[in-house]
Design a protein around this ligand. Structure first.
Ligand SMILES: [Mn+2]
Length: 320
């Protein structure tokens, strides 16, 4: 049950802005567009804020053309701003001018590590995706979940559950997905648009990254590296390439997979685990966040420094 204050603030607001976390994924964008379409049904003036442009893989989503980096600030006369799928203020993908705000800030999320930064907060850590929360929210607002909304929310749930395979997936996840499919969406086409729609050069990049694989910590930790040089060689921009990490998890002996990526302003680390390591705890230690089996952080350390540091930490936890 959604917090009643949140429902009444949304009902009373005329001008509503929505935003989400940096490097937006299928959940951030799917839940945002689903909510946007629902609020349009309620005749709200609703807009999306983002500092980043839409990842091209998600451009099939209805109304996704509204996500443009030029619109990254709160408009005049905004009554409330809803932040989706974002655990802390630092990761918000908009200039919210928090200190002098005249609007109500609503934080709707499912991350364990959520700072409760909103005036109103709804954090359901049992939800596999924020799309699940938005599904319930729209129902409580008596909004008709039409085919376009269903497409957005299904995308949110599909991507944040790794196609319904992460342990966060529940009976409720499947029930909601079933109801969304009943709206007539082509779920097989959504799957293809998201997972079978990679440019050739990006698949070649996977090859380069896989080639860097090293096993550490008694073969229980798989490390991979992605450098700016690899992107340059393939004429790729610094786009979202985190999905290559899944190739580390398919190694039989690996519990934890670490992808270390060189970026413009430091080093980005993504972590996945299968059984033992709580990667959220490790990421939080370095100022990041996420979930038990999938998390990440950024650091000023060099790729080599963070590699050695992580091997040291993981050795102490994996080798007993
Ligand atoms: Mn999410």
């Amino acid at each position: 049950m959604m917090n009643n204050d949140i429902l009444s603030v949304i009902q009373k607001s005329n001008n509503i802005g929505i935003t989400f976390h940096v490097s937006p994924d299928g959940d951030a964008l799917g839940s945002t567009l689903g909510l946007l379409l629902g609020l349009i049904q309620m005749n709200k003036n609703v807009y999306i804020m983002s500092k980043e442009n839409l990842p091209s893989s998600l451009s099939f989503l209805p109304y996704s053309n509204l996500i443009v980096s030029a619109c990254d600030s709160v408009k005049d006369n905004t009554d409330c701003v809803i932040v989706l799928d974002c655990g802390n203020v630092e990761r918000i993908n908009a200039n919210l001018d928090l200190d002098s705000r005249k609007y109500i800030l609503i934080n709707i999320d499912h991350h364990l590590s959520n700072d409760q930064y909103g005036d109103l907060n709804y954090v359901d850590t049992e939800a596999a995706a924020v799309g699940e929360i938005i599904f319930d929210l729209l129902k409580e607002l008596n909004i008709n979940i039409d085919k376009n909304i269903a497409m957005c929310l299904y995308t949110s749930i599909l991507t944040d559950t790794g196609s319904f395979k992460y342990p966060s997936t529940t009976i409720r996840t499947h029930n909601i997905a079933g109801e969304l499919i009943s709206k007539g969406i082509d779920f097989n086409d959504i799957y293809k648009k998201i997972y079978e729609n990679k440019p050739f050069s990006k698949v070649k990049l996977y090859g380069k990254v896989i080639d860097t694989m090293e096993m550490h910590c008694n073969n229980k930790a798989c490390f991979m590296y992605l450098t700016k040089n690899m992107l340059n060689e393939l004429n790729l921009e610094d786009e979202n390439s985190g999905d290559v990490i899944s190739f580390g998890t398919i190694v039989d002996s690996s519990d934890v997979t670490v992808l270390i990526k060189e970026t413009e302003n430091g080093t980005k680390v993504s972590l996945r685990s299968k059984y033992i390591i709580d990667v959220r705890r490790i990421s939080e230690y370095f100022g990041g966040g996420g979930h038990t089996r999938a998390a990440g952080f950024s650091t000023d350390m060099s790729m080599e420094q963070i590699k050695l540091k992580l091997i040291e930490i993981l050795n102490s936890e994996l080798i007993k």
